[in-house]
Design a protein around this ligand. Structure first.
Ligand code: EPZ
Length: 415
């Protein structure tokens, strides 16, 4: 079990470069199997999830070579293979192989993917959509076998604008005969990133980034090239670190529009920052104001940022409230923030944060990826030393987080 040790109270100053988005990259790699010869993916983050996706690609007899952050995927000799539990359990995003393999092979065998413990994370919307496309689904315990004589384009309405279901169904629709329309589709930037990759391969897609996406089934897809968008959640995490203890901290390589909801909330909390082109400069905020947040699907306030924002709000003078509408239990990090001296309490999906509270370092536990990140931020401002256990989660989603923070003056190390 990897652990991080952080000595609080150090100013962060200098430049942090944002990496490619984890939540785009983990969908782009499975999508690459749709090309009949090869694909290039630029700006791939070096995080452990990518490693497992590469192992699955090699199982399908694809050749992967990575040079710096560019991944070259040769799918010319691809062969069908079921995806074993020990691989697909490693992360939830392995479910994108369902949609991609249905389009490519009209079948897929995969065990229900793992992922963070932030609440029940079913894939009913994915499966409902697959069935509408003509897929037969057999489930034995947590193993799914999906087969289709052929996929027929159709109209799919998503009960919830699920990111995963939108992407998975977009992938499967590529292999369908005729036109598929996805209504109430998710509008997250990741959807646009994946659609641009498929369009580059020769798929006709309209409406990615809106609530209605149309996909024209296509065969013989040519080579594709795509650049992974900058990670909007990583960017928000380091911007909040700057608001907590920055001194002209520069976060660069961002797409500002992707984090408008977060920047808007920071302004409402009386946190100032400078934006220019693809970078943000931010220093420790004085006199942070309490705010109310409701997490929503894009372009609303992202659920993936609410835990890090909670750490910031422990330093706001007054009571803040966060309503989590996307997951049914994403406040577990607050148990450890309270252990450090924060005053928060939640009831169901409503969290209240009383500030200003002095935080003191102690031993804490990363229950999930973004919850772990919120504890790193707390450690950066806490008095004394914070030890965070179970930090595989954090290292899984933030490329070189220890190095990036050390470079700007944080006293943080892996122990
Ligand atoms: C993606 O998860 C992200 N993960 C999550 O980021 C992110 O929190 C989420 O989108 C929302 O933005 C990846 O992209 C790998 P959803 P996903 O389908 O696709 C329910 C992180 O920290 N739901 O939009 O799983 C589900 O239970 C991770 O980087 C169903 O009920 O999100 C959840 O409550 C955490 N049935 C809500 O919808 C389904 O079939 C959001 O799910 C699918 C989802």
């Amino acid at each position: 079990m990897s652990r991080l040790k952080i000595e609080g109270g150090h100013k962060l100053t200098g430049n942090i470069k944002i990496s490619g988005a984890k939540n785009s990259a983990v969908a782009l790699i499975p999508a690459a199997i749709l090309s009949k010869n090869n694909s290039t993916i630029l700006n791939v983050p070096k995080i452990s999830d990518i490693k497992y996706l590469i192992e699955i690609m090699e199982l399908l007899n694809c050749k992967i070579s990575v040079k710096d952050d560019t991944m070259f995927i040769d799918t010319s000799k691809i062969k069908y293979h079921s995806i074993p539990e020990e691989l697909s359990q490693m992360m939830r995003a392995s479910y994108y192989y369902m949609g991609a393999m249905l389009a490519k092979f009209k079948k897929a065998e995969i065990s229900f993917p793992g992922g963070c413990k932030i609440g029940n994370r079913p894939i009913d919307l994915h499966l409902k959509g697959f069935k509408k496309l003509g897929v037969q689904i057999k489930q034995e315990k947590n193993k799914y076998t999906l087969t289709a004589k052929e996929l027929i384009g159709t109209k799919i309405y998503l009960d919830f604008a699920s990111v995963g279901a939108t992407i998975n169904l977009m992938l499967a629709a590529v292999g369908a005969k005729g036109i598929t329309t996805i209504e109430n589709a998710a509008k997250e930037p990741e959807i646009v990133n994946i659609a641009s990759f498929l369009i580059n391969m020769g798929v006709q897609i309209k409406g990615a980034g809106t609530s209605t996406i149309t996909v024209v089934g296509s065969k013989n897809l040519d080579k594709g090239i795509v650049e992974v968008f900058p990670d909007r959640i990583e960017a928000a995490t380091y911007i909040i670190a700057g608001a907590l203890t920055g001194k002209d901290l520069v976060i660069e390589g961002i797409i500002k529009e992707h984090i408008d909801a977060v920047l808007n909330k920071l302004t409402e909390a009386n946190v100032s920052y400078k934006t220019e082109k693809d970078k943000i400069t931010i220093s420790k905020a004085k006199n942070i104001k309490p705010v109310n947040i409701k997490t929503l699907v894009y372009p609303g306030f992202p659920t993936d940022v609410q835990q890090c924002f909670t750490t910031l709000l422990t330093q706001a003078k007054g009571t803040s409230k966060i309503i989590e509408t996307i997951y049914d239990s994403r406040f577990k990090n607050t148990e450890y923030l309270n252990l450090m001296g924060a005053k928060t309490k939640y009831n169901g999906n409503i969290l209240e944060i009383e500030g200003i509270t002095k935080l003191t370092g102690t031993e804490v536990y990363a229950n999930d990826l973004r919850g772990g990140a919120s504890l790193v931020l707390a450690g950066l401002i806490a008095k004394g030393e914070t030890i965070i256990d179970n930090t595989e989660h954090i290292l899984r989603g933030y490329e070189d987080i220890v190095l990036k923070l050390q470079k700007v003056g944080a006293k943080i190390e892996e122990i």
